[in-house]
Write a protein that binds this ligand. Structure first.
Ligand code: 13P
Ligand code: SF4
Length: 313
C-alpha cells in the first residue's frame, strides 16, 4: 500500500521531472513506489536499450537501479549526465570480478573469447569481447561459434548457459555468485509448491542449477514479467528478488497471485534507491549521486556492449 508520504513525494517528483526534462529508469527490484513514477521499468537489457535509444529526448537520466546499470547508461551516453538514486548501489557480484583476475584467465586461455555479464564494473567490461545479460546470455554465447568460453562473474548463469548450449564454460572467477539468488534451495521450492500446488515456478538464472531444475520457466526479470502477464495461470512462485513479485502483484493482482519464493530475498543495493533521493536529484543534482567514468575506460567498455547489441539487437 502506498503511504501518504510517498504519494506526496511521487506527485512532486512527477511535476519536477516534467520541468527538468529528466528520464527516470527503474529496475524491477527497486521499491515499487519508485517503479510507479519511472519512464521505463525493466531488466538490465531493457534499461540499457532505453538508455541507448531514448536518452537524446531528455536532458539527463536518473537511474533507480544497481550502480553497474547506471554505468551502462553513462557508457552508452558519454555526453549525458547520469545520476543514481541510491548511495549503496554497488552489486557485490561485480566486486567478485576485478579486471586483474580476468587478465589472469586471458593469459591462461589466450584463444578463448571472454563473455562478461553486465553485472561488472566499467573497468572489468574493458576486458570483454562481448557483454551479455541474463536475457541474452545463451544467444550471445551461441553466436560466438566457439566450443569454449571464458564467462563471468556469475557461475550459476554460466552453468545454465553450459547446460542449454553444451559449450564448455570456464567460470571467471571460479565461484562468482549473487547472494540474493544463491541462497534459494530446492527445499524452498518444494515448500512453496506444496503451499501453492497450482502455481507455475519462475526462476532467475542466477539461482543454483538444482533450483533451476525445479523451475517451469527460467529467464531474466523481464522474461518472467512478460510470461506472467500473458499466462492464463492464476498463481506464480517467483524465485528472484522480492521486488518483481511486488510489481507483478501491483499490476496483475488480485486476479493473479504472485508469491515471492522467499520474503527475505532482498537486494540491499537495489533497495538503497529512494524516492527522496530522486526528489533531491531533481531539485539540486547532488554531486554524490552523479555517476562518472573515466572517458578512456568508458570508450573501451563500450566495445563489448555495442557487440552485444550487434549480435542480438
Ligand atoms: P535482470 O537483467 O534479469 O533484471 O537481472 C539483473 C540482476 O541484477 C539480477 O540479479
Ligand atoms: Fe547484484 Fe544480486 Fe542485487 Fe542483482 S540481485 S544487483 S546480482 S546483488
Amino acid at each position: 500500500m502506498l503511504s501518504e508520504k510517498n504519494k506526496e513525494l511521487q506527485e512532486k517528483i512527477l511535476e519536477l521531472k516534467e520541468k527538468e526534462n529528466a528520464m527516470i529508469l527503474a529496475h524491477f527490484y527497486v521499491d515499487v513506489d519508485i517503479q510507479d513514477i519511472a519512464d521505463a521499468i525493466g531488466d538490465s537489457l531493457y534499461l540499457a536499450k532505453v538508455a541507448k535509444e531514448k536518452a537524446d529526448n531528455f536532458d539527463y537520466i536518473i537511474e533507480a537501479a544497481a550502480y553497474f546499470m547506471a554505468e551502462t547508461a553513462v557508457i552508452l551516453n558519454p555526453k549525458k549526465e547520469v545520476y543514481i538514486s541510491g548511495l549503496e548501489t554497488f552489486c557485490p557480484m561485480a566486486r567478485m570480478c576485478p579486471s586483474n583476475i580476468i587478465d589472469e584467465y586471458k593469459r591462461k586461455y589466450p584463444d578463448v573469447p571472454v563473455v562478461l555479464y553486465v553485472n561488472t564494473t566499467a573497468e572489468a567490461k574493458t576486458k570483454a569481447d562481448v557483454m551479455c545479460t541474463s536475457s541474452n546470455a545463451i544467444n550471445i554465447c551461441k553466436k560466438l561459434n566457439n566450443n569454449r568460453i571464458l564467462f563471468g562473474p556469475d557461475k550459476n548463469l554460466g552453468l545454465w548457459v553450459k547446460k542449454e548450449t553444451n559449450i564448455y564454460i570456464i567460470s571467471v572467477p571460479k565461484n562468482g555468485y549473487c547472494y540474493v539468488h544463491n541462497k534459494f534451495s530446492v527445499k524452498d521450492i518444494e515448500k512453496a509448491k506444496s503451499a501453492h500446488p497450482n502455481a507455475i515456478v519462475l526462476a532467475h538464472p542466477e539461482c543454483k542449477p538444482d533450483v533451476l531444475e525445479k523451475a517451469d520457466i527460467v529467464g531474466s526479470t523481464k522474461i518472467m514479467y512478460d510470461y506472467c502477464k500473458t499466462s492464463l495461470n492464476k498463481e506464480f512462485i517467483i524465485a528472484t528478488e522480492k521486488g518483481l513479485a511486488d510489481r507483478l502483484n501491483r499490476d496483475f493482482g488480485p486476479d493473479k497471485k504472485f508469491y515471492p519464493l522467499l520474503d527475505s530475498a532482498i537486494c540491499k543495493a537495489m533497495k538503497s534507491n529512494t524516492l527522496q533521493n530522486i526528489y533531491e536529484i531533481l531539485l539540486k543534482k547532488p554531486k554524490r549521486n552523479r555517476v562518472i567514468i573515466d572517458p578512456e575506460i568508458s570508450k573501451k567498455a563500450k566495445i563489448g556492449i555495442d557487440k552485444m547489441f550487434d549480435l542480438t539487437g
